[in-house]
Design a protein around this ligand. Structure first.
Ligand SMILES: [Zn+2]
Length: 184
């Protein structure tokens, strides 16, 4: 009897916690995350960034100046090969750049309804595909996010290659991401 009571309590706590986690998942400003996948012919870079670190706010722009910042950001992100500078050995060229941010009305995620309580945080996701002659020959990516966005303090990167997976935390002073698993 006690057992089932506690089991029921745990379940209802889980149910209560789930929506809060789904809405604007907790991030820390200054901390970005990067997922890199190296395939035979391409390298895919997926960035997840707090919107705060890119434009200084985490909601829809409210003024001409704020709209200007968003426009400038999108222009900057489209030049993704300036933010992620790949080892020339891979012979990689910038391909598709996809940007998603619900509060900016970008991508497939629906914008939050007006009468909903505004989530505390909002992210921007970007997926960049590079088409490469020989992706496996690329041994690093120089991550320029620290130069491009002054608020960025760390970039937690995961790399998946044919050889395995590695994880490394990049800093301003150590912003070269190894692709050959040597970080592990
Ligand atoms: Zn935030």
């Amino acid at each position: 009897m006690h057992r089932s009571f506690f089991a029921g309590l745990a379940l209802s706590l889980l149910a209560a916690a789930a929506p809060a986690m789904a809405q604007g998942h907790a991030h820390s400003h200054g901390q970005l995350s990067l997922d890199v996948a190296v395939d035979a012919q391409d390298i895919t870079v997926r960035l997840d960034a707090p919107l705060h670190d890119l434009v200084g706010f985490e909601r829809a722009p409210r003024s001409v100046a704020e709209r200007g910042r968003v426009t400038a950001l999108l222009e900057q992100l489209k030049l993704a090969d300036k933010l992620f500078v790949l080892d020339p050995a891979g012979g990689c060229k910038l391909g598709d750049v996809q940007i998603a941010s619900a509060v900016l009305g970008l991508g497939s995620a629906p914008a939050p309804a007006k009468d909903e309580a505004a989530p505390e945080h909002a992210d921007l996701d970007m997926t960049v595909t590079f088409a490469c002659d020989k992706a496996a020959a690329a041994r690093f990516i120089d991550v320029k996010l620290f130069d491009a966005f002054k608020g960025v303090r760390s970039v937690d990167a995961q790399v998946a290659t044919a050889k395995g997976q590695s994880r490394v935390s990049l800093r301003r002073a150590a912003s070269r991401l190894p692709l050959d698993g040597s970080a592990q």
